[in-house]
Write a protein that binds this ligand. Structure first.
Ligand SMILES: C[S@@+](CC[C@H](N)C(=O)[O-])C[C@H]1O[C@@H](n2cnc3c(N)ncnc32)[C@H](O)[C@@H]1O
Length: 210
């Protein structure tokens, strides 16, 4: 049976013993891909980090100078692990950690940047429209000129959200081969920009939670 990546119980059991793990690629390598974009974003920007898990991405964002980082995950143990990783690195915790289901985002705040590393992948393992629900929530809480960066193993991850976002692949990151004869496999770094030009029409579905 494949792992139930969409189920909170899977992550709860996993994080009971896992204190640190990076999906798809290291946070340092992900930050390298994002650097040309992040360098134009002020350090005061509000950043939403979705499905933080036991990654240390928040530490890299903080080291860059971003302190207004809100880390969300639906599994409370992930947030404990995240705080521990930040505290181990900096001696204190200055970014925010909130238990939130990313498919039911109802955040009051507006964000300049949303960022997820393989969280949309986990969510895609669930109900068919789960990624669309995630996208609608992000669309609602992103600034008009905001960005959503997502790293995914799928070349088709955001096919169904193009009414809400302009979707661009900004990097195809080759994965290491085990054998010289292995096929090329990539991870895809997406940049999604909210479409706002027809707020009453194209995005009506995003005005209410689904
Ligand atoms: C594949 S892991 C990625 C973790 C981390 N971003 C990384 O790169 O290592 C998926 C993460 O998303 C979280 N997650 C899955 N579904 C979620 C949901 N509906 N709402 C919030 N978090 C979710 C899981 O608890 C897990 O921490």
């Amino acid at each position: 049976m494949p792992a139930a990546f969409e189920k909170q119980s899977y992550w709860h059991d996993r994080f009971a013993s896992e204190t640190s793990f990076e999906w798809l690629t290291s946070s340092a390598a992900f930050m390298d891909v994002l650097t040309p974009y992040l360098q134009h974003i002020p350090n005061s920007a509000q950043i939403l980090h979705l499905g933080s898990g036991t990654s240390d991405l928040q530490n890299h964002l903080r080291r860059w100078g971003f302190l207004n980082v809100t880390n969300i995950d639906y599994e409370p143990l992930a947030l404990e692990r995240g705080q521990q990783l930040e505290s181990n690195q900096f001696g204190d915790v200055r970014t925010k950690y909130l238990v939130v289901d990313a498919t039911r985002l109802e955040l009051e705040e507006k964000f300049q940047v949303a960022i997820d590393k393989s969280t949309a992948d986990a969510i895609a393992c669930g109900e068919e429209d789960a990624v669309s629900s995630m996208a609608k929530g992000i669309w609602r809480c992103l600034d008009d000129d905001g960005f959503w960066f997502s790293l995914s193993y799928s070349a088709w991850r955001f096919e169904h959200v193009q009414d809400l976002f302009e979707v661009e692949v900004i990097s195809k990151v080759p994965t290491p081969r085990q054998k010289p004869t292995d096929p090329d496999i990539f991870h895809y770094c997406y940049l999604l920009r909210p479409r706002r030009q027809f707020p009453g029409q194209v995005c009506r579905g995003a005005q209410t939670s689904s």
